[in-house]
Design a protein around this ligand. Structure first.
Ligand code: PMP
Length: 405
């Protein structure tokens, strides 16, 4: 890397420099959303201070600047995930919207009664519900590949779900509630061997692992800007050109058309075909700045540090009386989900908040995943690039001080 150091990176995030309930804020809710470096905040505010205009529709200078900024961000995202062409990057609101687009556009055109859609047991609701809606509408069936007691997909069982009727596999790269890193390379190889497409949900992997869609040979890959230190309300759908070209438009409106009469509309090509209406221009600019920021630190160095935090925290949590870690995959991102005997997850999270520690409690939008382990809720601490070993010490100390129930 170019000299990534979490302690100095932390200085790039103004929000972290505050006290909450009398204590220095410790942000351990990175799997829900990440904080934004000053460079992202500045990119957004300077866009509004100097360049703001709608895009693509003007001959004036600011329209050209705004268009260049928006398309420049698209190119940054292309490089970030290793896509061949910027036209394969569609700007959308985020992972949820991107999966809905694929389910509704690709799904409606290609998935019918009796066909099968395969996900895994440890998906976010965003990668379950859109497929369920499609299945209900079309008569297709939705199947979930099981996981073992460590929270790892059982590949032999996954493989058995791939039949001649299986049209698409949609799996998360990193499970948000458990932290499991799924073997997406093997999943893609198994699916492609049978001509089945694969969508990779990279919402949780993109902040932690370098991604290369070309090396992976993913058919679709989706991510959210706010999980990679960019703004909320912006994310991307990557799709192979041949697939996106063949898919019908999803939403209709301005910007996605070439010519409109009351009888007939001719659509734009990629990526505009899937970008109806005025997009989140400043959001894309902010996301481009987030990608620049991550690349300046180096994702491999970030991944190594976060892994060290995971290795540091896990045995210390295991020593806390009555604490059980949910999800113990051999390959994990820096997420620890746990329950503590005699305490609700909400009680634990409120106790942590009183010490300035932000950790999440609840089902993490992954109910089937937690139910696989017999729980409805966990406390989840998830680490980002600015977290330090000291943050872990603060967390562990606070958990030891949990009042006896
Ligand atoms: N998939 C995964 C694995 C996630 O962690 C999340 C966000 N928690 C989503 C999908 C949905 O992302 P968004 O809410 O940004 O659309």
């Amino acid at each position: 890397s170019q000299g990534y150091d979490p302690v100095s990176a932390r200085q790039d995030f103004p929000i972290l420099n505050q006290r909450v309930n009398g204590h220095q804020l410790v942000w351990l809710d990175n799997a829900a959303t990440t904080q934004k470096p000053l460079s992202v905040i500045n990119a957004i505010s300077s866009f509004y201070e100097r360049d703001n205009s709608n895009i693509h529709r003007g001959a004036h200078t600011l329209a050209a600047r705004a268009t260049d900024a928006f398309e420049g961000a698209r190119e940054k995202l292309r490089r970030f995930i290793g896509a061949k062409e910027a036209a394969e990057i569609v700007f959308l609101r985020g992972t949820t919207e991107a999966i809905n687009l694929v389910a509704q556009s690709y799904g409606a055109a290609n998935i019918g009664a009796g066909d099968r859609i395969v996900v895994s047991t440890i998906e976010h609701h965003a990668n379950i519900v859109p497929w369920q809606l499609l299945a209900r509408k079309t008569g297709a069936e939705l199947k979930a590949a099981p996981v073992n007691d460590r929270g790892e997909i059982i590949l032999e069982d996954f493989e058995k779900l791939l039949t001649s009727r299986t049209k698409i596999v949609s799996v998360t790269h990193v499970a948000n509630a458990l932290g499991t890193i799924n073997p997406v390379e093997e999943i893609i190889a198994l699916a492609h061997a049978r001509g089945i497409l694969v969508l990779v949900d990279a919402a949780q992997s993109s902040p932690h692992l370098p991604i290369d869609v070309t090396a992976l040979d993913a058919d679709f890959l989706v991510l959210s800007g706010h999980k990679i230190y960019g703004p909320t309300g912006i994310g991307i759908l990557y799709g192979k050109r041949a697939l996106l070209d063949a898919m019908p438009p999803w939403q209709g409106g301005g910007h996605m058309i070439r010519d409109v009469t009351f009888e007939h509309t001719e659509f734009q090509g990629l990526p505009e075909k899937f970008e109806a209406g005025t997009p989140d221009i400043s959001g894309a600019v902010g996301l481009g700045a987030a990608v620049d920021y991550l690349q300046s630190l180096g994702l491999s160095a970030i991944a190594a540090h976060e892994h060290a935090l995971l290795e540091y925290v896990t045995p210390q949590l295991a020593e806390i009386r009555g604490l059980r870690i949910i999800g113990q995959a051999a390959r994990k991102a820096s997420v620890v989900s746990f329950v503590i005997d005699g305490h609700t997850a909400g009680d634990v999270a409120r106790h942590l908040d009183r010490q300035g520690i932000a950790a999440r409690s609840g089902h993490h939008c992954a109910q089937p995943s937690l139910r696989r382990f017999g729980v409805e809720e966990t406390v989840r601490a998830s680490f980002g690039l600015y977290n330090t070993f000291e943050d872990v010490d603060v967390l562990v100390r606070a958990l030891h001080q949990l009042p006896r129930s």
